[in-house]
Design a protein around this ligand. Structure first.
Ligand code: ATP
Length: 239
């Protein structure tokens, strides 16, 4: 049986033979993937500083992209993997999110010009809810040599000790934390490794969904290609 290191050397072969172990896309996603002109999956060389960016991304907005860019620059990340969740354990009273395939495709469009960004369907293929510690374990097994970073806003940093298995997260990750007014400014936590950055972006997916339900696309906080996708697929319309 192949170990994680061979997966990295033979990513495409491994993605077909062991689909639960790699960044792959569901059948039928090839067109959007090709259209976006991106490289997918684990590449030949193994970068050492990897940013993991989990979220609902319903939809992905300019705030997400702004903090990913800044995290990459400030933490010198070679790659950032954006991971739309199946459902968030933190949003238990929210409506079910937009189907994962559509959120994934919007992420592909929003990151199409960013060579360092990859989109993973890993959490979409796991049972619900999506546990970040499962994702982190997966990447640790797949890239045992890598330094893993987790990108998040101050709203999530506030609650991080209530996430499942915080000890697994604390020991595995450096956190790249962004302010998110009106949430309290990110503060240090003994024993945790945060890099606190000062880029503030006001976008929120809740506000975007609300505006889309009122007025429809285009929305100023969305990439034009995402606006067009939403228009074509009739997403986020008021019931
Ligand atoms: P919603 O409004 O539906 O809760 P959201 O805008 O917070 O969504 P998510 O996909 O849930 O978006 O967020 C994923 C991650 O990105 C979280 O860690 C969140 O804190 C962070 N994030 C999202 N938008 C911003 C922003 N504008 N500034 C800083 N962090 C952000």
């Amino acid at each position: 049986m192949q170990g994680p290191a061979s997966f990295l050397r033979h990513p495409l072969q491994a993605s077909f033979s062991k689909p639960d172990c790699l960044i792959v896309f569901p059948a039928g996603f090839g067109c959007a993937r090709a259209a976006a002109g991106k490289r997918w999956g684990v590449t030949e060389t193994s970068p050492q500083r990897i940013g993991l960016f989990g979220g609902t991304f319903d939809p992905v907005h300019r705030g997400h992209i702004a903090i990913a860019r800044e995290a990459r620059r400030a933490a010198r990340l070679e790659r950032i993997v954006l991971l739309p969740c199946r459902t968030s354990p933190h949003k238990t009273d929210a409506l079910p999110p937009t189907p994962g395939d559509e959120r994934l495709r919007m992420l592909a469009l929003a990151t199409a010009g960013l060579a360092w960004a990859e989109v993973s369907d890993f959490e979409l293929r796991q049972p619900s809810p999506s546990w970040s510690w499962v994702t982190v374990r997966h990447f640790q097994e797949m890239m045992p040599e890598a330094d893993l970073f987790w990108i998040l806003g101050a709203d999530q940093w506030e609650a991080i000790t209530q996430w499942a298995r915080p000890e697994t997260l604390r020991s595995a990750l450096t956190f790249v934390v962004f302010p998110r007014p009106p949430h309290p400014a990110p503060h240090p936590r003994p024993g945790w490794r945060p890099i606190v950055l000062d880029t503030v972006h006001p976008a929120s997916a809740t506000a975007v969904r609300h505006r889309l339900a009122q007025a429809g696309p285009p929305d100023p906080d969305l990439d034009p290609a995402v606006n067009e996708f939403i228009r074509r697929h009739g997403l986020y319309r008021a019931p």
